[in-house]
Every structure is written in C-alpha cells, then in structure tokens.
Design a protein around this ligand. Structure first.
Ligand code: CP
Ligand code: NVA
Length: 313
C-alpha cells in the first residue's frame, strides 16, 4: 500500500516558492537564536533515521547535530547494515523504519531508491543526495548567499560539471529569484528535459537561467563562483577522461579575477585542490566554504522544523 498525503523533500520542486521562503526564514531565525546561545526544543523526542549508501561528512554531521540541538535524536543506518534492496525489499524497509522514526534522510546511489522509499513511508523522507540532486546542499548555499549579499538576487555562475549539486542550485535559484549561469563543457551540459524539470511551476521574479560554455565569458560580473568535483561519487571509472575535459573549467586566480571584485567562492565539498579549484582560491579571503558547510546544519534545521511541525497538516 502506498502512503498518501505525506509531504517529502526529495527535490526543491516538491515545495512552493512560499514554502521554500518559509524554510529559509526558519533557518535564519534558528541560526540567529543558536548564535545567541538559544537551542529551542522544536522537535522534542523526534527521531531521525539516516540512511547512507555513499560516504558523507557534512550531511551526516549536520543532520545529527541539528536534531540534537532541536531536542530530538538521530540514528545512523549504514547501507551494509540494513542491506538496502538486498536483505529485504525497499517497501518492507520503508514501512518498518517509518513505523518507528519520525523522519528519514536518505543518501542513495540511485535517485529512484529515494522515490521508492518515500512511496512506502508513513513519515517524511528527505533526499540527502542522489545521482540526480542534492536539495539540502542548495538550501545551505542560498543561505550563505543571502548572508553575504542580503539578497538572493545576485548572479551565480556554476563552473564545471552539470551535476546533482548544480541541478538543485538551479531549482533553488528559480524559487528564490537568483540569476544563474551554467558553464559546462560540451557533452556535460543539462538536457532540455532536465532544464524543463528544474524550472517547472512558478519561478520567482529576478530568476534568470542561461548557459555559456566559455567560463571567462560566464563569470563576467558574477558575485558567486561555484564549482564541484569533476568526478562525482559513482563516476570513478570516468576519472581520466573527465580530468582532461574539465581542465579549462578550473576555478583559479585568473578566473576569479574575471568576476566581480566582491565575488565569493562556493564549493559543496569535499574538494580536490589542484583539480576543479586551486589552493589560492579555495583558501583565499573570497572563499566561503566553511560558512557554507556550517550552513548545512542551520538550513536543515529549518527544513526539519518546517517538514515536521508545519508541512504535514
Ligand atoms: N557537501 C556534502 O554533501 O558533503 P558530504 O558528502 O560530506 O555529506
Ligand atoms: N557531486 C558530488 C557532491 C558530493 C557532495 C557527488 O555526488 O559526489
């Protein structure tokens, strides 16, 4: 039996613009309280189940500490322990797990696994990264941008692979009203079908999406330069080819200098210094990578509070 009427967070297109703004507002408010020394119990005794089929530092730590700060708790379920789809069917895992925990966050090799888990879950399911998207990362990225510039309405340039992190960033930009330019080499760009999916529904005023294969052309007047690894988890066999194709898309001092003078550098991490980004950029005063990573925790608190306390009505 498929569970009905449960609100999940699998992609940013699952929430309206107003709902995303509410998640961001909660994140900002809970972060301000946290900085002032207040850790309010928004989720007393609630339990988060965390399933990981791939490695993680930020996602695991941000969800676990976030739940603890909110008065709840979390439980790590590693793939080798639960045998996702091997030891028992996904439907059984989902029904059993959701009968005991209040929310599930799942990092899956295949996007479809998250969709399948949600289908049978009687509690909300959060996408903690798949091969298709990384919506929790985009929440943290947009929070970092708002803190830096006081608005989402800035020009963001994505340089490199048109991957899961880029997909969610485009969806967030569409809903919050940022301009985004994607600069990827031929053969590594989004399809028309994907682009249509990212921008489905209402887009916010100020949203602009364009594509420019020349990174120097793309970054002109950019306030945010964002890149990610050239070889994502699961693509290891393509490493040698990808290193060659993406070499002209390295974010180095020269490319950074071609952007606006107050531009910041973002990277979801983990990064490979010397490949997609040089040390002089990632460790420079323009880099906001640590703030961005910390914002995973604040953004996910906003998401958890919205999903459990407001969205399921
Ligand atoms: N950015 C991110 O999701 O990091 P982890 O893979 O360490 O969780
Ligand atoms: N694109 C990267 C992001 C890691 C957080 C990957 O999927 O491996």
């Amino acid at each position: 039996m498929t569970q009905k009427n449960i609100r999940h967070f699998i992609d940013l297109t699952d929430v309206s613009n107003a709902e995303l703004n509410r998640i961001m507002e909660l994140a900002e408010q809970i972060k301000a309280d946290y900085i002032a020394g207040k850790r309010e119990d928004y989720l007393p005794k609630k339990v988060l189940g965390l399933i990981f089929e791939k490695m993680s530092l930020r996602t695991r730590v941000s969800f676990e500490t976030g739940m603890a700060h909110l008065g709840g708790s979390s439980m790590l379920l590693e793939e080798q322990h639960i045998g996702f789809g091997k030891r028992e069917p996904v439907a059984d895992i989902s029904r059993v797990l959701s009968s005991m925990v209040d929310v599930i966050a799942f990092r899956a090799k295949k996007h479809q696994s998250v969709v399948d888990l949600a289908r049978y879950s009687s509690c909300p399911v959060i996408n903690a990264l798949t091969d298709r998207s990384h919506p929790c990362q985009a929440l943290a990225d947009m929070l970092t941008i708002k803190e830096e510039f006081g608005t989402y309405a800035v020009k963001i340039v994505w340089v490199g692979d048109s991957n899961n992190v880029a997909a969610s960033l485009i969806e967030a930009a569409a809903k919050l009203g940022a301009e985004i330019v994607v600069s990827s080499p031929e053969g590594y760009t989004f399809s028309d079908e994907e682009i249509a999916r990212f921008t489905v529904g209402e887009t916010a005023p100020g949203f602009k999406l364009s594509f420019e294969s020349d990174p120097y052309e793309a970054v002109r007047d950019a306030r945010v330069l964002y890149t990610d690894v050239w070889v994502s988890m699961g693509q290891e066999a393509e490493e040698e080819t990808r290193k060659k194709v993406f070499a002209p898309y390295q974010v180095n001092g020269k490319l950074m200098a071609a952007a606006a003078p107050d531009a910041i550098f973002l990277h979801c991490l983990p990064a490979r210094r010397g490949l997609e980004v040089t040390e002089d950029v990632i460790d420079s005063p323009q880099s906001r990578i640590v703030e961005e990573a910390e914002n995973r925790m604040h953004a996910e608190k906003g998401l958890l509070v919205w999903l459990l306390n407001e969205a399921q009505r």
